[in-house]
Each structure stands twice: as C-alpha cells, then as structure tokens.
Design a protein around this ligand. Sequence first.
Ligand code: F6P
Length: 546
Amino acid sequence: MQTKKPISDVYSNWSQLQEHAKEWQNRTLKQAFEADTNRASRYTVAAAGLELDYSKNHIDDTTLSLLLSLAEQADLKNAIKKLLRGDHVNNTEDRPALHTALRFSGEAKTDEQREVAPVLDKMAGLIERVHSGAWTGFSGKKITDVVNIGIGGSDLGPRMVTKALTPFHTGDVNVHFVANIDGAEIFDLCQSLDAESTLWLVASKSFSTLETLQNALTARSWMLDKGCPEADLGKHFVAISSKVDKAVEFGIDEENIFPMWDWVGGRYSLWSAIGMPIAFAVGMENFNKLRQGAAALDDHFAEAPLERNIPVLMGLIMFWYSNGLGADNQAVLPYANHLQLLPAYLQQLEMESNGKSVNKQGERLGYQTGSVVWGTEGTNGQHSFHQLLHQGTVLTPIDFIAPLKAHHPLAHQQKYLVANCIAQSQALMTGRDLEASKAELRAQGVNESEIDLLAEHKVHPGNNPSNTIVMEQLSPETLGALIAAYEHKVFTLGVLWNINSFDQWGVELGKLLGTHVATAIDTTDIPSDWDSSTQKLVKRFIEANN
Ligand code: F6P
C-alpha cells in the first residue's frame, strides 16, 4: 500500500499548530471578544468594495502568525506571482491558469489580452445587434429569448451572475439556461419559447460534453420542427468553445463561434465569451463592470501583504479549520435572494478545484484537502438547517455574505434580512449556556421540575465560527470582486495543500462508465462481470422503459 504523505512532512512547524489547536479546544470566541474590545476592527480587512470581518473565527495573533509561517513555507507570495504572470501552474495539463487575463480593461498588453480583446469586441457587436433588433430570426422577427446550453463551468457562473444582477437586467431579451441532460429541462422551457425569436448559445469549452451536445441537437431538431429552414439555422445558433473546428462540424456558422482558450479553466471562464448570457441580460457595459470589479480584487490579491489580503486570509482560515480543527465542510450563506445560486457556483469552484488526494508531484496525500461546500440564501436557511448549526455536533465554518443596501424599496424587509444575518453570526458565536436557559424558562414562568427537563435542550453551545463579508450593495463591480476573492481563496488553499487546483481528472471515470451503461441499455447486453447492483439497476431501467 502506497504510503500517504503526512502534513507534518510538508510543514516543519506542524506540531506547533497541533499544540495551538489544542489550546483552542479550551477557549471560546466569547472569551476572545471579552479579552479584546478591538477584536472586530483588528480582524476586518476592506478592499475592492468588500469588507471581510474574520473576527468570529478560532484565531488570534498566534494563530495567524503560525498560518502565515505556513504560507511562507509554501512560498505563497511567489505562487501568486507565477499564477498572475501565466506560469504553467496547471502542471498536469501543462497550462497557465490565466482567468485574470480575461478581466483586463484598457489597452491589451499581453498575448492573452490581445487574444481576448477582439472576442470581447465581437461579443459587444452581437449583443448590440440582438438588442437593437438588427439580428433577426428565420421569419424576420427580433430575438426575444436567448438560451444558454452548457453545464458546469459553462453554466453555473453565467447562471449565478445573471440571477445575481437581476436589478441590472436591460429587458431587451429574456435569458434562460439549459444544462441537464434530463430532457425535462429543455422540454419544459421550449413550451414557453417562440422558435422564430429564440437564439441558442451552445457553450462548451471542449465541445464534447454529452449533456451540452444532446441538448444542442434537441434544440436544433426543435427549430426545424417549428419551421426553421435548415439554411436559416445559422440565425439561431451561436457557439462558445475552445474547439472551433468541432463547433463548425456541429453545423454552427464560423462567424458565430466565439473562441475561448486552454489557459482558462471551465470553472474560471465566466469572464470570457462564456459570460455571454450575462451580457445579453445586463448589457456589455455592466458585463465589463463585473470584469473590472474582479480586476480590482486581482490587484489587491497581487499587492496586499498576506496578513491584510482578503483571499489569502479566507484561504488560511479555511486551511486552519480543515487541517487544524477537523472541519470537513463549509457553508456559504448569502443574505441576498439574488445570490441564491452562489453556493452552487462555489461548489464547483471549490470542490472541483480542490477535491484532490494527490499532490502536484503525484504523491498520495495523508491529509485533508478540499471540503464540502454547501449553503442556501438567508433567511431561508434559518428555517431549514440552522438548528444543526446551532445545536448539532458538526463543525461548520460559515461565510455570511451581506449586501447592506437593497435595490428594492422595501427598506423594512432589508433591515430584517441583514439584522438576521448579523444575529445568526452572533448567536452561533455567543450561544446561550445552561444558566441563561434556566433563567429564560423561569422568566416565562415555567416550574422548576419542567426547567430541569427542558433547560439542557435549550442550551446553544455557541463557539461556532464564521466570516462575514459585507458590501455596500450588490453590483457588477462588487459581485466581480466577490467571485474573484473566492477564486483566489481556492488558489491559496491549493498552494497550501500543494495540489493542482486547475485540473479535474476525477470527472472522467463516471462519464466513461455512463457511456457503457447507455450502450448496455441500447443493446440489452449487460456485461456479466458487472457487479450485481449495476446489472440489476440496468435491467430495471430496461423493464420500466419497454
Ligand atoms: O465537470 C467536468 C467539466 O469538464 C467541467 O470542468 C466543465 O466546466 C464542464 O465539465 C463543462 O465542460 P465544457 O465547457 O467543455 O462543456
């Protein structure tokens, strides 16, 4: 059995962190705040329109200095420089990870930026032609609906941002998303579409993703069924891909194909033409503001000292929970309904980037890496899983995200929303001990025998950690900065774990076996060397559908 590399082989002072972690077993956050009235201001950093309050974490100056020593041992500063200048940090695919090059503004200064600039111009031209009605469908109608067909990084980012920027929608077109191979998604949507005024965006970096190609073929058939002459299909299909030849082979007119590049990972690509649905929804000007917001955070990431660097702090603190304090999950709770798709987007960004068990040198790891990311928009989560967060047995570091000002006029509801966000982080941290629970019951007139029974059940242990990220208001700029902060947090964690955050070899086996099972269904020839469960399930599907 191959030995697994322990974290103590990576960091010379790991035993010091272990000892320090023990100290935190006997300390509470409540005590930490009582001991330092300046704790909140000392542990808050502002940049690019974001304010990170990381004071409600199991950290103190000793913790931070120990974590910063790890960053030094991992040579994080140089790793950041290499990422941003285009070194082949994606070592297993021998590629750069230059998503930051996608969000430059002004004059193009690098080879990558010179490749990006004309594509952005072409994107702006398409958006303008469709919005103005200059681009028409096969019967001469203006386009009213744009449908993005894509999955994973070709869906989650654009879908999340389009939802998040609802207040900025221009109203020129309705934007929809189809991702799942479950035909229900595209079938249901088509009931509400007019083929004559629908534009399909086929978004696929590889142009070989089963779900996307099947949905694109369905869309093509539907257009023909609805009377679109084959010769006019080009008026209704645009493609975004790094495989232009495959898109042409599929039948999309070359002038309607927008290139992307191998030096951009799919889950990092919303800043490229993959972000076209965003631009259709909010206009090119707001799409560029999104990119500029991210660029401002990039500058902060590149220039701020590690101890005052928002993504670095987010990464170091998550490393501390994962490898020092034993957390295997993290929750993202955005207190903004328009950010309801953010947790799903971050699941791919964090878990597909850092869900690895081999380091960059190919050595199997004996320590935890990427954790499970989950969450729901607040206050909805309070009526779903907050019971577990308050009184459960699982350590879940939380990121609360709170835009302070709303875009809607319901100021009193915005007050309750943000008040709840603040109160949840407070209640999770301070808790309520047995004496306080008894006192509350007494104040309610409960008799002593019932108090003895109930009081323990009403104890909130507290000491639950969280970050709170606030912004003045959710805008293209602050959203861009927020997303970039998470991208660079993920990178920071990858460096600390010495893993490649930019490949995703782990998605291949499932896809391959999927084709084998589909073939077995088609032929009803089920391999006898398959396990009995798989054989039985395939037979069951065949029975149900014949
Ligand atoms: O999940 C695997 C994956 O390759 C993701 O990394 C990617 O974002 C998604 O599938 C879609 O890939 P493509 O854009 O090539 O269709």
